[in-house]
Design a protein around this ligand. Structure first.
Ligand code: MG
Length: 415
């Protein structure tokens, strides 16, 4: 009899105040278990419920080895497919199954994809500042740490919060972050002009539009940013408006990265096949985990589209590890977003540093050293969970407010 699933458990923990959802698959083999990430930080209870009430009963007693079969089984089980809650639940199970398979093979997961085609993963970091000088100081700090690609913003995504100053929003307008796309575009072009004149053209620079302007404005911004030699422009248009990428492509040579909000292959297939984007940025748990992401990566390779998987703070170290294992084995890897677990903010040996709690809960997180992130060579994904530590940081269920961004007239703008 093969190795079978005994129980699929959910562990919710928030060591850094962000709700993380970890799925643990226990098997009938003593000591053999797998861990996966199903973090949908703003709907964590919904993912937990899908796993506990639907996937656990579906999967108990099934053989852990048949990942493809189990992925399709979960994917088709609810009849309606590809929603973000369902995909995160599936991802948690899927990553845990790859983790188990690696442990059974006594190999790191990247070996199961054919092995490494690079030793370390170059990552990009995010820099902002209140003004050009502060931003350039932050860029220099990252440069000294070995970072070669930096995402630069002026203010938050979409620019400063312009507030409801008299004469902008109508009386009685709702609270929220108020954006002014025209000022944002002007300020951003000025910012990149300033950065390039201060630091030159050696660093790769990235800018994230975060879907916070109209598509026609994105074309204008992209054209005006052309002289500053961006590595890519991130999410210039909302996922509902990706057909605008054709016009964008025709009018500018700026490289485009899109897709941290994608859930469904129908959202990325034609963008890749028509070569309307240069980098695919899917958040792999939103797409259904390693199985879905590996298929997407290989598909993109055929069209010369590179990967830049989403790597924000609102995913667990297990998901960061999954990104790194995919990156290590992908010929069409571009760059990896990394949300900041490295010196000088944190010294690996010193667990009392700012990320100490996260590393006590999740020992084995891939390590940053001088511009590159390295996976450890433990079998599976290489990240464990200390459940006792995890229990010290319970998740809180609160109404999400940062997504309530608004235009000058007070109407909602995609966040
Ligand atoms: Mg982004």
């Amino acid at each position: 009899m093969g190795v079978r699933i005994e129980k699929v458990r959910v562990i919710c923990t928030a060591p850094e105040g962000i709700n993380l959802v970890v799925i643990k698959i226990e098997t009938n083999q003593p000591g053999l278990y797998g861990l996966g990430c199903g973090t949908f930080a703003y709907r964590h209870l919904a993912v937990k419920l899908v796993v506990e009430e639907y996937l656990d009963p579906l999967l108990r007693g099934r053989e852990v080895e048949n990942i493809e079969e189990l992925w399709q089984l979960m994917h088709q089980n609810a009849y309606w497919r590809n929603g973000p809650i369902e995909n995160n639940a599936i991802s948690g199970v899927d990553m845990a199954l790859w983790d188990i398979k690696g442990k059974m093979a006594n190999m790191p997961v990247y070996q199961l994809f054919g092995g490494k085609c690079r030793e370390g993963i170059p990552v990009y970091r995010h820099a902002d500042g209140r003004d050009l000088d502060e931003l350039c100081d932050n860029i220099q700090r990252f440069q000294e740490m070995g970072i070669t690609t930096i995402r630069c913003q002026c203010g938050g995504y979409g620019g400063e919060d312009y507030g409801r100053t008299p004469g902008t929003a109508p009386e009685g307008a709702q609270p929220g972050v108020y954006l002014d796309s025209r000022s944002y575009i002007r300020n951003t072009v000025k910012l990149f002009d300033g950065i390039r004149s201060k630091i030159g053209y050696e660093m790769n620079l990235v800018h994230d539009v975060h879907e916070r302007i109209a598509p026609a404005e994105a074309i204008k911004l992209a054209r005006e940013l052309e002289p500053y030699d961006l590595f890519f422009l991130e999410d210039p248009v909302p996922i509902e408006q990706t057909s605008w990428l054709r016009q964008l492509r025709q009018q500018t040579s700026i490289p485009i990265a899109e897709g941290e909000l994608f859930n469904n292959p129908s959202e990325w297939k034609s963008l890749i096949a028509e070569q309307l984007i240069d980098f695919i940025r899917v958040h792999i748990s939103q797409a259904g985990g390693i199985t879905a992401a590996r298929k997407l990566q290989i598909f993109a390779e055929q069209f010369g589209v590179r990967t830049a998987w989403h790597g924000p703070g609102d995913m667990s170290p297990i998901a960061h590890a999954a990104n790194i294992h995919l990156d290590l084995a992908s010929a069409n890897f571009g760059v990896q977003e990394w949300s900041g677990i490295e010196p000088p903010n944190f010294v690996i040996q010193d667990l009392k540093g700012p990320h100490g709690a996260l590393l006590e809960v999740f020992p084995g997180l891939p390590e940053y050293r001088n511009g590159y992130v390295y996976a450890n060579d433990n079998p599976g994904l290489g990240v464990d969970i200390n459940e006792k530590e995890a229990a010290k940081y319970p998740c809180e269920n609160v109404v999400t407010t940062w997504t309530q961004t608004r235009k000058r007239d007070g109407s909602l703008q995609t966040p």
